[in-house]
Design a protein around this ligand. Structure first.
Ligand SMILES: NC(=O)c1ccc[n+]([C@@H]2O[C@H](COP(=O)([O-])OP(=O)(O)OC[C@H]3O[C@@H](n4cnc5c(N)ncnc54)[C@H](OP(=O)(O)O)[C@@H]3O)[C@@H](O)[C@H]2O)c1
Length: 278
């Protein structure tokens, strides 16, 4: 069986490649800049852009299953090429935002829903991975933590259940190596609810420094985030925090049902990425 991982440079995609190799699967990988990938020799590496379906012509040959990110403008064209090549199963990295009330009207929910719908209509077998907020979003705080041990935030009491990207990759690997998750849409969350303030405190405990949270206005936060995040995302991030103040996000438990292992905690994510913060 040959599995194609689109986005092998990604934090989830990279974990998917590693997990498939551990299971002895024949893996191909794509990137828009394949020269930057550093993968074991047995992985076939190809240049491909999801927004240019023709760039997939060669890499799709004899592929059985494919892991896809949802960051594509015209999913129908790529999915038609995938189906025409004889691929039988798509594992799509979607988002739990599609399950929220009003998802179809929400910027984030609607873009993932559009890609999910295109996959359903393609006739391909599918698995939709629907993670909540990633633990890796905390990487955005690394600069402030390194500079002066301070994390500016507009809504420090926003509550999340941050999911470790390796948990998402583990479930993708289960989906890509058997039929048990065909037609399934697992929602993946971390095992615990933590406010942003508690996440900052956890980082401080792991690196052995007392960190502080500086309360910002939305405007201040927006101006700061805009330096490195596109404007449309800045609004989404701040809206997500605002709506999560005092919330009780679900803890899905699906990771454990699928893998028979406990979900990784936020602290584990910090341990795994400690160099970001010191
Ligand atoms: N952050 C969250 O809280 C959250 C929550 C739910 C869902 N998500 C979704 O999860 C994804 C982020 O996952 P991640 O952290 O693993 O991402 P990441 O580390 O930023 O990697 C993204 C990957 O997507 C590939 N990619 C992007 N556009 C592409 C294109 N046009 N053609 C081919 N490959 C393309 C990139 O490949 P190259 O650059 O090498 O070509 C890269 O490998 C996003 O879709 C995001 O919307 C995020």
């Amino acid at each position: 069986m040959t599995v194609l991982v689109v986005g092998a440079s990604g934090s989830v995609g990279g974990g998917v490649v590693a997990g498939l190799l551990e299971r002895g699967v024949d893996v191909r990988a794509t990137s828009r800049t394949p020269e930057k990938l550093s993968l074991p020799e047995q992985v076939g590496v190809f240049a491909a852009d999801m927004n240019d379906p023709a760039s997939f012509a060669e890499v799709l040959e004899s592929v059985d299953r494919i892991f896809l990110y949802a960051d594509l403008a015209q999913p129908q064209a790529l999915l038609a090429a995938v189906a025409a090549a004889g691929v039988r199963h798509v594992v799509l990295l979607s988002s739990s935002s599609v399950t929220f009330p009003g998802a179809a009207e929400d910027f984030n929910g609607s873009r993932f829903l559009a890609v999910e719908r295109a996959v359903e209509e393609s006739g391909l077998a599918y698995t939709f991975l629907r993670p909540g907020g990633f633990a890796s979003n905390a990487a955005r705080w690394s600069w402030g933590i390194k500079a002066d041990g301070a994390v500016p935030l507009p809504y420090p009491e926003a509550v999340q259940a941050p999911v470790h990207e390796q948990d998402i990759a583990d479930v993708a690997v289960v989906a890509l190596t058997g039929d048990s998750l065909i037609g399934k849409r697992p929602v993946l969350t971390g095992p615990e609810r933590l406010s942003l303030r508690e996440q900052v405190a956890t980082i401080g405990e792991v690196i052995g420094r007392r960190l502080s949270v500086i309360e910002q206005t939305e405007q201040e936060s927006s101006a700061m985030l805009s330096r490195y995040v596109p404007e449309v995302w800045v609004r989404q991030i701040i809206k997500g925090w605002r709506e999560a103040v005092g919330a009780t996000p679900i803890i899905s438990g699906e990771y454990t049902q699928i893998t028979a292992r406990p979900s990784r905690t936020f602290r584990t994510w910090v341990d795994d990425n400690i160099d970001l913060f010191r």
